[in-house]
Design a protein around this ligand. Structure first.
Ligand code: FPP
Ligand code: MG
Length: 290
């Protein structure tokens, strides 16, 4: 099952490379997009997309354009999150952040460009018009005011303020879970999943996202810059709204475990090898803090 995760990652990265070389041009702006997109990410979201599709009988290769679109959106969010006006971080994935390498103006525009490249990746895919429309609608809903960007705004506004568990959960749901849910949704939609499977896979994505963000925030305290490829210890410094801050370290670990179990349980009735790999993925992510 763990080999399946590696294979899916390679399959996505081969596609990414081929797609980018097809679209190659000499603009410095495009180079900045490719720099961040091709940097060594875990590719969790495209992997979820492939597995979600396969778990309900679809072909994982059919999801590659949608996976690329989601990875482009994820990359845009990281580039902008690292900017001086937001988290002001200089390292990401073990490399200088986009603005650190290319300058702030180029990084802003590279992030902007990735949103439109994502739309284009869906538009040129071989999906039916109905599927394209549903995917684009879901991107608009889950990445804008219904999710990612609003979540990031709320995360910034909460800095230095007193927050409750409920506040933090709501921020996590938007800034992290919605993109995981989008990946699970898109895989299920491309495969033509039943209502029950669609609901379960979306729930899996949502709960996994909550666990993932909690784990990320725990690692910000317990891990090292070398291991994570990005600066650590920043959340405490900026008094960020995190589960560790509202629950304490031990209870935050427990919370991440509970959310991981909810993700696993939501698809426990699915018997395909791909569903088993989705459950393995959830355990593997939790393993980062145990
Ligand atoms: C790391 O993903 C990403 C997160 C922990 C999500 C945090 C959310 C944001 C930064 C929201 C930003 C939003 C905007 C609109 C600026 P990962 O560990 O999968 O990273 P990887 O792809 O490098 O492996
Ligand atoms: Mg950040």
């Amino acid at each position: 099952m763990l080999r399946d995760l590696d294979n899916k990652k390679s399959q996505f990265e081969d596609f990414l490379k081929a797609y980018l070389s097809d679209h190659d041009n000499r603009s410095g702006l495009y180079r900045a997009c490719v720099y961040s997109l091709a940097s060594p990410g875990k590719r969790i979201r495209p992997i979820i997309l492939m597995l979600s599709c396969e778990s309900v009988g679809g072909q994982p290769e059919d999801t590659l354009h949608a996976g690329l679109a989601i990875e482009m959106i994820h990359t845009f969010s990281l580039i902008h999150d690292d900017l001086p006006a937001i988290d002001n971080d200089n390292m990401r994935r073990g490399m200088p952040t986009c603005h650190n390498k290319f300058g702030e103006a180029t990084a802003i525009l590279a992030g902007d460009s990735l949103i439109f490249l994502a739309i284009e990746a869906i538009a040129v895919a071989g999906y039916t018009p109905d599927i394209k429309l549903d995917l684009l609608g879901a991107i608009g809903d889950m990445c804008g005011m219904g999710g990612l960007v609003l979540g990031e705004y709320e995360d910034i506004m909460a800095e230095g303020k007193d927050v409750t568990l409920n506040d933090v959960e709501n921020i996590y749901l938007k800034k992290t879970s919605r993109l995981f849910e989008l990946a699970a949704y898109a895989g299920a939609r491309i495969a033509g999943a039943s209502d029950r499977d669609m609901f379960s896979l979306r729930y899996y994505g949502r709960e996994l996202g909550l666990a993932f963000q909690t784990i990320d925030d725990i690692l910000d305290i317990t891990s090292t810059e070398d291991a994570l490829g990005k600066a650590v210890g920043r959340d405490v410094l900026k008094k960020k709204a995190t589960m560790v801050r509202v629950l304490g370290m031990d209870a935050a670990r427990k919370w991440a475990k509970e959310r991981t179990n909810r993700a696993i349980d939501s698809i426990s009735y699915m018997t395909s090898p791909a569903a088993e790999t989705l459950r393995e993925l959830a355990k593997k992510l939790l393993g980062r803090i145990s």
